[in-house]
Design a protein around this ligand. Structure first.
Ligand code: TRP
Length: 449
């Protein structure tokens, strides 16, 4: 490794950065739409259980592995185990996941930028309800427009990553994350006044388990990894920029709490609109883009709200995307390449793969493998398989190899209760839960519902 490893300026800066990674399109775009396609309440309940029983312990495990090793997601395992440790395979899988995820994430980030542009130019808020719902379809139908915004998004990611940990990652997170939360709360207040508000609450919080398929169950497990940025070394990498003696238990709890809160608020807002306007809750990835502008139309200062909202979604997406790129960049840098070269090289590779994702909606829409486009595959493979498998292995490595020796580092002065809980969730509960769901899915047909 070259020189001293850089560190975050403090605990608060780290919480913001980790939240910046966790809070992103997964919360605002993906959570509401997959809750919708899986029938609401039962899915939400499983998701909440997974966050508590699987997500939080694995978050602590990744922070521990990162901060104790002070190494990237691959070398962290050899540092804590032994040179050439087979556990490094977790890191390799993580690098692959990072490339795949960012390649489609950037395309969705591009949709957000396109909507920001529509908001700025006034089109989004001077159109009829029907027109508003047709904007995303128009974007999908235009390969050049979708490619253009994917390019802009990747350029921004590369630009932020270029500045490094403090001047790039940290500075932006500090300003932008709090603003996002404030704006969401304002939208929530408006949503409470819509007719569909109470229906939205009962859709999200009353359980009908018959609406939840096996694929839905796996999606809930997978999403709890995706939304907390777990299972592929992003949190290991961010943790490696923490001081070694940081108490990570509380940090993990705060980030998981914030992340979940924001996803739930986004869901409540979006389904209030869905039920007020008779939109389709199970429509899939178009959900956020077709519903929220309808709420803006009802609000005073519609254009301003639309501009602010899509700007902040773009920011949330950017801070997450940067953390994905950072996994690969940190690895490449630790191998002795300069930061700038690493950022350019890997930003470029991911950009090119993203073109496949961008064209999945138009030019390559018929180019399918088992009925799914590149975009669908990149999402499904990572969220439903690679992240849960990565998380499972991380939990086992941490629970059986590193604990209980490290417990006092996680909690400061560990109470028995905390420690026991962490020990047994990472040793048994988290791996078993993931394994059961995966097996259940595999024996029920790998890629079917
Ligand atoms: N958690 C982010 C979101 O919800 C996405 C993300 C960033 C991510 N880094 C990650 C997902 C690492 C999985 C792994 O939008």
């Amino acid at each position: 490794m070259m020189g001293e490893r850089v560190h975050w300026s403090g605990r608060m800066a780290f919480i913001l950065a980790a939240s910046g990674s966790a809070i992103g399109l997964g919360n605002l775009w993906k959570f509401p739409y997959i809750a919708g396609t899986n029938g609401g309440g039962a899915f939400v309940l499983v998701y909440l259980l997974c966050i508590a029983a699987v997500g939080v312990p694995i978050f602590m495990a990744e922070l521990f592995i990162g901060s104790q090793s002070q190494k990237n997601a691959v070398e962290a395992f050899s540092e804590l185990d032994r040179p050439r440790s087979p556990w490094r395979v977790i890191g390799w899988l993580g690098l692959v996941s990072a490339v795949l995820i960012l390649s489609f994430y950037s395309v969705v980030g591009g949709w957000v930028l396109d909507f920001e542009w529509l908001a700025l130019s006034g089109q989004l808020t001077s159109s009829s309800e029907e027109q508003v719902q047709a904007f995303l379809g128009g974007l999908f139908a235009s390969p050049s427009r979708i490619l253009f915004w994917h390019s802009v998004f990747m350029l921004l990611v590369v630009g932020i990553a270029w500045g490094g940990v403090r001047k790039g990652l940290e500075r932006w997170n500090n300003i932008l994350m709090p603003t996002l939360v404030a704006l969401l709360v304002v939208l929530l207040v408006y949503a409470t006044r819509l007719d569909g508000f109470s229906e939205s609450i009962s859709f999200l919080f009353s359980f009908d388990f018959s609406a939840l398929s096996r694929a839905g169950l796996l999606e809930a497990v997978g999403h709890s990894f995706f939304t907390l940025s777990l299972g592929m070394g992003a949190i290991i990498t961010y943790g490696s920029y923490l001081q070694k003696q940081s108490k990570i238990g509380r940090i993990a709890l705060s980030v998981a709490f914030l992340d979940t809160l924001i996803a739930l608020i986004a869901g409540i807002i979006i389904f209030s609109i869905v039920f007020s306007f008779g939109a389709e809750p199970g429509q899939g990835p178009t959900l956020m883009f077709q519903t929220l502008p309808l709420l803006f139309l009802q609000m005073p200062g519609a254009q301003f709200v639309a501009i602010a909202f899509f700007l902040l979604v773009a920011v949330a997406a950017l801070t997450s995307a940067v953390s994905l790129l950072e996994v690969i960049v940190a690895y490449w840098e630790d191998r002795g390449h300069s930061r700038k070269r690493s950022v350019l090289l890997w930003g470029g590779v991911i950009y090119l793969m993203g073109i496949l994702a961008a064209f999945s909606f138009n030019l390559l829409a018929d180019f399918k493998l088992f009925g799914k486009t590149y975009f669908d595959w990149a999402d499904l493979l990572t969220s439903s398989y690679f992240l849960p498998i990565g998380g499972l292995l991380i939990a086992i490595f941490f629970g059986w190899k590193l604990l209980p020796a490290g417990l006092s580092i996680v909690f400061g002065e560990a109470s028995r209760w905390n420690s026991g809980l962490l020990l047994w969730t990472t040793r048994i509960i988290a791996p078993l839960a993931v394994l059961l769901v995966l097996l259940w899915k595999v024996f029920g047909g790998l890629f079917s519902a």
